[in-house]
Design a protein around this ligand. Structure first.
Ligand SMILES: [Zn+2]
Ligand SMILES: [Zn+2]
Length: 184
């Protein structure tokens, strides 16, 4: 374990939501384009609390996705004012909660606050951990040239470079072909 378990869960979720952009999906389509896709993502990550299921909520979450993408690859010192502004702007008040079958974890918004706000505040709290532990380098853009995906590297040796197995395989294949072409 690298960060607190709820921090790691949030970072995994944040990478997944950022990676729904067309430039990062297997389908090549934006996979956060419909209310159904949003509902499915929330269910996959067992995101609790208010879910309106309307177009306004989808638009707000899509904007939150853009904001998360821009936070992801900031340098540590540049991330700090962004996180502070986000937490203050959304009136985050951290508290411990225990619900469903989850152990004590941090919430900082009301469960009936808008979904996009809850996503952003949870992300900001997780990133506060990342800044404090000086591990911003664990948040990376995918190293595949044709991919707009991101990743969080929670591995022990910190060598993860690609957002997905698909990107890793594709880039390995390219490197293999280049080597073979160079030899020929
Ligand atoms: Zn919770
Ligand atoms: Zn990728």
């Amino acid at each position: 374990m690298f960060f607190a378990p709820d921090t790691e869960d949030v970072l995994d979720f944040d990478a997944a939501i950022v990676n729904t952009v067309a430039g990062a999906t297997r389908s090549g389509d934006d996979e956060l384009a419909t209310r159904g896709q949003l509902a499915a993502l929330m269910a996959t990550f067992r995101f609790s609390g208010r879910l309106d299921g309307d177009d306004a909520e989808l638009d707000d979450v899509r904007r939150a996705r853009t904001r998360l993408r821009s936070l992801w690859t900031l340098e540590r010192d540049a991330m700090v004012p962004e996180l502070n502004a986000l937490l203050a702007g959304l009136h985050a008040v951290p508290r411990l909660e225990r619900h469903d079958d989850l152990g004590w974890h941090v919430h900082a918004t009301a469960q009936d606050a808008p979904l996009a706000d809850r996503i952003l505040v949870e992300a900001a709290l997780a990133l506060v951990d990342v800044v404090r532990t000086d591990e911003c380098g664990r948040l990376r853009a995918c190293a595949a040239d044709d991919c707009e995906g991101v990743l969080v590297d929670l591995s022990r040796n910190g060598s993860k470079r690609f957002c997905s197995v698909r990107c890793g395989n594709r880039m390995n294949m390219l490197a293999f072909r280049e080597r073979r072409a160079a030899e020929a």
